[in-house]
Design a protein around this ligand. Structure first.
Ligand code: C2O
Length: 458
């Protein structure tokens, strides 16, 4: 394997590398074009799906025949966008559904960053989106058993974009997108696509935003180009494989523990999401109908996340507030003593509540306890590295404001001693992780609170 672009960039410096890369301009989407074509005023309610239950499989393990079928389906969808631009099943309209529901095109619906418990649309909306998209793709190739593949980026062997999506790496491949920053030889940064802290959350209201931030957001940022902003993300076929994996993580989380449930509120359960189906009929589906994907939406996942990550059944977290409405982390003597006495192998998370990051661009930020280390920006190799927080822009023109996440949570077991050994209060610093060399811009991270969370394992 050759030198990856990232290694290459770190050796020659970002500016020089930028000059060497072909400039791909992400597809522009104007305000009007992402509205759904056709009448959406009289929805038909989704009714039970009676196709056979089929597996979604990892994109990098598809057989040659499956890849051919996947490419044919996207080719048909792209062709439809050309032959009948008003057909809602065409690729452009399919992509624009995403734009429309992230605030682009004047939509009032926002499926991202909706962090309060009655409006957590992120997971059910994307599940329903993929479901209708998948049915349309299958219909276009006359195969009701067609299911989307997923990009299982948490698998250490699958850290590059699945090869079907860039082989060949040009427009003759219906799965290709010319705007990606990640090339065929690039692998995700080790801090991307790590679902363990999300999977360790005990309720949906914490699980959903945790999954949405990192790993979900960081993979958007890293693939880059169209994927790097929500209004254009649906233009890249890898989007659907990325989201199938996000969807799978929801499925895995639900299976991991009987207490892992979807929200029980009537408001959430009856909230509806609207899509055109394979017959161009505008349908609405309730959140509650998406929860059991196997019996209702007729797909299962062929593997489980915990084949690749160490999975603990965590029953509970003990929470130590170490910063409440103050801008610094302070350990009271009793807390310091208690944390210092923890067994060495204890699972310890640090949750930063309402971290304030720049929201005018898509980027992944490394967070450090020490400003000198932040300046050196060596990431997880640094003793004072705390974790990573991704920010994904809503739209390129900035009409819809991106918001900082409600919290970011880091696995800090190996850092706890470092934190406790520093006798003074601790600040947090953040750095765009792409910055290298002598001019790294370091900023102090503002937040509303910091918690140290210690797992009680069951
Ligand atoms: Cu709707 Cu991954 O974004």
């Amino acid at each position: 394997m050759g030198v990856s672009r990232r290694q290459f960039i770190s050796e020659i410096g970002m500016d020089a590398a930028a000059l060497l890369l072909p400039v791909a301009v992400p597809s522009a989407i104007s305000a009007q074009v992402c509205a759904p074509p056709g009448d959406t005023s009289k929805p038909t309610a989704w009714a039970r799906d009676c196709r056979s239950i089929q597996p979604r499989r990892p994109a990098s393990t598809l057989t040659g025949i499956e890849i051919t079928r996947l490419k044919a389906a996207y080719k048909a969808m792209r062709d439809l966008a050309t032959s009948d631009p008003s057909d809602p099943r065409g690729f452009t309209h399919q992509a624009n559904i995403h734009c429309h529901n992230c605030g682009g095109g004047g939509s009032v619906i926002q499926v991202h960053s909706t962090f309060n418990s009655t409006s957590l649309r992120f997971l059910p909306w994307h599940r329903a989106y993929l479901y209708f998209h998948e049915r349309i793709l299958g219909n276009l190739i006359g195969d009701t058993n067609f299911r989307l593949p997923y990009w299982d980026w948490e698998n250490p062997n699958h850290r590059e974009i699945p090869s079907a999506y860039n082989t060949p790496n040009n427009a003759t491949n219906s799965l290709f997108n010319p705007t990606r920053s990640m090339g065929p030889n690039d692998v995700l940064d080790p801090t991307d696509g790590q679902p363990a802290t999300a999977l360790g959350q005990v309720d949906f209201n914490n699980f959903s935003p945790s999954l949405e931030g990192s790993p979900h957001g960081s993979v958007h940022v890293e693939v880059g180009g169209d994927m790097g902003a929500f209004d254009t993300a649906g233009n890249d076929p890898i989007f659907y494989a990325h989201h199938a994996n996000v969807d799978k993580l929801w499925s895995d989380w639900m299976k991991a523990d009987p207490t892992h449930l979807a929200p029980a509120t009537a408001v959430w359960q009856n909230q509806t999401q609207g899509f055109f189906n394979e017959n161009k009929v505008w349908m609405t589906i309730r959140n509650v109908d998406t929860v059991n994907h196997e019996s209702n939406l007729r797909y299962i996942y062929s593997g489980r996340t915990w084949e690749f990550i160490s999975w603990r059944c965590i029953l509970n977290w003990r929470v130590f507030e170490v910063a409440v409405n103050v801008p610094r982390i302070r350990f009271l003597p009793a807390v310091r003593k208690e944390l210092a006495a923890l067994p060495e192998r204890a699972a310890v998370h640090m949750r930063v509540v309402a971290p304030q990051l720049p929201v005018d661009k898509s980027a992944s930020y490394f967070v450090y306890f020490d400003d000198r280390d932040a300046k050196a920006n060596r990431g997880p190799a640094s003793p004072s590295y705390a974790g990573m927080i991704p920010i994904v822009r809503m739209d390129r023109e900035g009409r819809q404001k991106t918001t900082s996440p409600p919290f970011a949570e880091f696995e800090i077991s190996p850092r706890l001693k470092y934190m406790l050994d520093r006798k003074d209060d601790l600040d947090l610093y953040f750095v765009d992780r792409k910055q290298r060399g002598g001019n790294v811009v370091v900023s102090k991270l503002a937040f509303r609170g910091v918690q140290i969370r210690v797992a009680r394992e069951g």
